[in-house]
Design a protein around this ligand. Structure first.
Ligand code: ZN
Length: 242
């Protein structure tokens, strides 16, 4: 992946109110291959809907903008500011990911001083992340707080329990859509409701991409690996490719 030019559309599809900030399609380095999401708070001013927007777009002394891809206002409006790499992660990592090339960054407006999260903003936060997971093919387990990325340096987003948050995102994503009436090649018809649930549970519990599962299966001598059969794996690969 290079630029995430689908950002605004994906957010709208998830029911988020979106403002496309001028120039967002060309902002941020195009060397961008996000496989995870970092959730931040802005630590910005206490007043206003998105008082940190300008800083996030233009950067601050010593740190050039953009400082994220999305600024989430207190009202729940998502300002899309960049489609490419942004400066937000810093030193640290999450489940094998390091560096700004590997992660989306969302800066949610909040003082970070114990300010409660408005329900409308929290709900939008869940939707924004769900949109990135859905459209970007990112497992919910690859969503982290900045404080999980850099535990010794960061506390953001303060006041959000990430275990709960990831559950809310997973709930939002819901079960895999039922097979269409006319499946493309008939493979979906062969999948039972239980098998679809098995796929979903497996992906969420392992956080492995299909490709990695496939690699494991290919490398292994046994027909089954980790409880996933070749038949289900093939179907999963096709589902992911859709
Ligand atoms: Zn942060």
């Amino acid at each position: 992946m290079t630029r995430a030019l689908w950002l605004a559309d994906a957010l709208r599809a998830e029911g988020v109110t979106v403002v496309e900030e001028p120039g967002w399609r060309d902002r941020g380095n195009p060397t961008f291959s996000p496989k995870g999401v970092i959730c931040h708070h802005t630590a910005g001013p206490a007043r206003g809907d998105a008082p940190s927007l300008g800083t996030c777009i233009n950067g601050r002394p010593g740190l050039p903008g953009p400082l994220c891809q999305i600024v989430l206002a207190r009202s729940g409006t998502a300002h899309v500011i960049a489609s490419g790499r942004a400066n937000h992660a810093g030193a640290g990592g999450w489940r094998g990911l390091t560096g700004n090339t590997s992660v989306f960054g969302i800066e949610a407006e909040n003082t970070g001083l114990g300010e409660p999260w408005p329900q409308v903003q929290y709900d939008a936060y869940v939707r924004v992340v769900a949109a990135l997971c859905r459209r970007g093919g990112i497992p919910t387990g690859m969503v982290c707080a900045h404080r999980e990325w850099a535990p010794t340096r960061k506390i953001d987003p303060r006041g959000i329990d990430m275990t709960d948050f990831r559950h809310h995102v997973a709930d939002r994503l819901g079960p895999i859509a039922p097979p269409p009436v006319t499946p493309p090649e008939g493979f979906l018809m062969a999948l039972t409701e239980a098998e679809q649930r098995e796929i979903l549970a497996k992906v969420r519990s392992t956080d492995l991409r299909v490709q990695e599962l496939d690699q494991q299966l290919t490398d292994g001598a046994d027909a089954k690996k980790g409880g996933i059969s070749r038949r289900i794996l093939d179907a999963l690969a096709r589902l992911e490719a859709r």
